[in-house]
Design a protein around this ligand. Structure first.
Ligand code: PLP
Length: 397
């Protein structure tokens, strides 16, 4: 019997599927501005020098490939706690587990919410990263959306967000927040807006699940954590999902963390035991290498200093490219004002391009961006900026 003959083909992943199409495209001037990966001026996704040095040391010093504990490498977990939370909260209220990437962290968090806190649902911004609803649904966590993007598609609509939270959520619901570099819009709340969000989250008794995948890509390491700290100052409990994919460039090493903040040490320990039970039944324990690299960098003052310089270079390059895009669009002389991109933060910019314009860019110019109009600014290139802007101006005609 062939039971597999009836299995239907799954649709390609909206973002990674585009990269497959890009790889097959024969256009010599093609440009992939879809997937969220940083590229340097030569078009490569570099290995940071601090990472290379940490790896050299690991090759010399590593003495075993034995399993890590279910929650990962203790030194990595301690460094992530310090990096993300500083000394805002006592360490005995925070359980940090090393996970396979930020995606793994989100999945563990979703499993935890479903198994421990049901009935529960999670409110996500509209729009959000396409994998958020996919991961949550796969874990059986019901999803709802709150408004985020203004009707002009270029600004944050705080009033609409707060109205939805006040009128639609129930006490005990979870709310997904992007700590910085909102994906896909690049539009983050201001410090004052974070205060209002925090007040509403606390008043509505919502449990924040904070996705912090881009620390260091917005305004700086500490600056990017400010919104998170504002939220944590008004609630007793939260879950934070972090990733070293972007800020350490460790995409393929799959290293991230889920951090649970509880009201006191006893509650933290009980929840920590449940998180470990979830991991044990899923991937058992995380891979070592990525966590060992991050720990080696952050435990060494010199490597940490080098990392901060390299991270700052990536951050500034993205800002330069965003500015250059806006300038070059202006210089096409067709009255295209993209200055609304300037306050946007992180790898992505929400261009306002329509689905049809996006399709035209792909079919006629070999320029690949996501259907929502989200552009990976970190994939742009100084040399190809003029041809990119000429193509965009053409589809806007
Ligand atoms: N969260 C957001 C908003 C992201 O954009 C990403 C990556 O693109 C992730 C989480 C997870 O990244 P990773 O699983 O590669 O660490």
């Amino acid at each position: 019997v062939q039971r597999l003959a009836t299995v239907p083909t799954a649709p390609p992943d909206a973002i990674l599927g585009l990269t497959e199409a890009f790889n097959a495209d024969k256009n010599p001037n093609k440009m992939n501005l879809s997937v969220g990966v940083y590229k340097d001026a030569s078009g490569k996704t570099p290995i940071l020098n601090c990472v290379k040095e940490a790896e050299r040391r690991l090759v010399d010093d590593e003495s075993t490939k034995g399993y890590l504990g279910i929650d990962g490498l203790p030194s990595y977990r301690e460094q992530i706690r310090a990096l993300v939370f500083g000394d805002q909260l006592p360490a005995d209220r925070i359980a940090v587990l090393q996970t396979p990437g930020g995606t793994g962290a989100l999945r563990v968090a979703a499993n935890f919410l479903v198994t421990q806190l049901s009935p529960i649902r999670i409110w996500m911004s509209s729009p959000t990263w396409a994998n958020h609803p996919a991961v949550f649904s796969a874990a059986g966590l019901p999803t709802e959306t709150y408004r985020y993007l203004g009707s002009d598609r270029t600004s944050f609509d705080l009033d609409a967000m707060l109205e939805d939270l006040n009128e639609k959520t129930s006490p005990g619901d979870a709310i997904l927040l992007h700590a910085c570099c909102h994906n896909p819009t690049g539009i983050d709340p201001t410090a004052d807006q974070w205060k209002e969000i925090a007040k509403t989250v606390s008043e509505r008794r919502l449990l924040p699940l904070i996705d912090f995948a881009y620390q260091g890509f917005g305004d700086g390491l500490d600056e990017d954590a400010a919104g998170l700290h504002t939220i944590l100052s008004t609630v007793d409990e939260a879950i934070v999902c972090t990733s070293a994919s972007k800020n350490f460039g460790l995409y393929s090493e799959r290293v991230g963390a889920v951090s649970l903040v509880a009201g006191d040490s006893a509650a933290m320990k009980a929840s920590q035991s449940q998180l470990k039970a979830i991991v044990r039944a899923n991937y058992s324990n995380p891979p070592r290498h990525g966590g060992a690299i991050v720990a080696a960098v952050l435990e060494d003052a010199e490597l940490t200093a080098q990392w901060k310089v390299e991270l700052e270079e990536m951050r500034q390059r993205i800002t330069r490219l965003r500015n250059q895009f806006v300038e070059t669009m202006k210089s096409t002389g067709k009255g295209h004002d993209f200055s609304f991109l300037l306050p946007q933060r992180g790898m992505f910019s929400f261009s306002g391009l329509t689905r049809m314009q996006v399709d035209q860019l792909k079919n006629e110019f070999g320029i690949y961006i996501v259907g929502s109009g989200r552009i990976n600014v970190a994939g742009m290139n100084e040399e190809k900026m003029q041809s990119l802007c000429d193509a965009v101006a053409k589809v806007l005609e």
